[in-house]
Design a protein around this ligand. Structure first.
Ligand SMILES: C[S@@+](CC[C@H](N)C(=O)[O-])C[C@H]1O[C@@H](n2cnc3c(N)ncnc32)[C@H](O)[C@@H]1O
Length: 263
């Protein structure tokens, strides 16, 4: 990322923009924990239903689709090339972060609770385990961002290079902590956070199913980009490290084994 000695005003503007985007992101992530866990926030995934089940399903499906499309399309190289015709390159990641946060805020605002209980666990040990799984999930999500590079993932590092009029240094391939056991610890964390609940309502189940499907599809798209960006190291990593389940079958190897290419 060459800066061509951009004006100080532009560099300061990008720095401020990245901080504002980051603040939106922190706020929406914190709200997401309360929204899914039904604590602290004024409106959560299981607030009192106000619409018919059919209408609620349609609106919620649309809200999740907006997030999925925004998140996937804006991460693709063709979109980044188009966006950076209008937005300085060092602000591209912050724009992605800001738009993701706005898509989440729209979801929290317009979400239609749906009532109906699928399971309701009363046993105190089981409830404790599920609450523990929920907390573990969020700790894993946030912890993994720091292991990769929290400030790069949220666009601040790019703006910091730009502010100092330095060229951006991309992240190198790495396998810190849980990345040695699975390729997508953040998504493992999200799956824990979405599924670990003592009371599973229709709305929560719909949310968990849709987001799980999105994570499984999103991984395929993300890994294509990661192989392009990180090269052979990531391609090898895909072959030897499971996607989501530690010790589980690695999908790439399974495909090759099924084709008789792996002993
Ligand atoms: C939103 S993070 C999600 C990471 C991963 N899917 C997970 O669940 O932990 C996506 C970014 O993380 C970075 N990343 C993911 N795996 C990486 C690795 N093994 N080494 C370096 N960077 C990685 C890339 O910059 C990628 O754009």
């Amino acid at each position: 990322m060459k800066t061509n000695s951009s004006s100080l005003l532009l560099r300061l503007t990008v720095a401020l923009y990245s901080l504002v985007s980051y603040a939106f992101c922190l706020g929406s992530l914190a709200y997401a924990a309360g929204f899914i866990g039904n604590f602290v926030v004024p409106k959560s995934i299981d607030s009192t239903p106000t619409d018919s089940l059919g209408f609620a399903l349609i609106i919620n499906a649309l809200l999740l689709s907006v997030f999925a499309v925004q998140h996937s399309v804006m991460a693709r190289p063709f979109f980044k090339r188009w966006l950076t015709r209008f937005v300085p390159e060092p602000a591209e990641r912050s724009t992605y972060v800001l738009m993701s946060s706005l898509a989440l805020i729209l979801l929290f605002w317009q979400w239609r609770p749906m009532g109906g209980v699928i399971w309701d666990i009363q046993n105190s040990v089981a409830t404790g385990v599920l609450h523990g799984g929920f907390a573990f999930g969020w700790v894993l999500v946030v912890g993994a961002t720091f292991l990769i590079n929290h400030f790069d993932l949220f666009g601040l590092r790019q703006a910091w290079f730009f502010l100092r009029d330095r060229s951006y240094v991309p992240l190198q391939f790495m396998t810190p902590g849980p990345y040695r056991f699975v390729r997508h610890p953040m998504y493992v964390g999200l799956l824990f956070a979405f599924w670990c609940t003592p009371t599973m309502t229709v709305a929560h189940l719909f949310f968990a199913l849709m987001t799980t499907a999105y994570i499984l599809v999103g991984i395929q798209l993300e890994e294509r980009g990661l192989v392009d960006a990180l090269g052979q190291d990531y391609a090898e990593y895909r072959k030897r490290t499971p996607m989501l389940i530690p010790g589980g079958t690695n999908r790439s190897n399974k495909v090759r084994r099924d084709a008789g290419q792996v002993a």
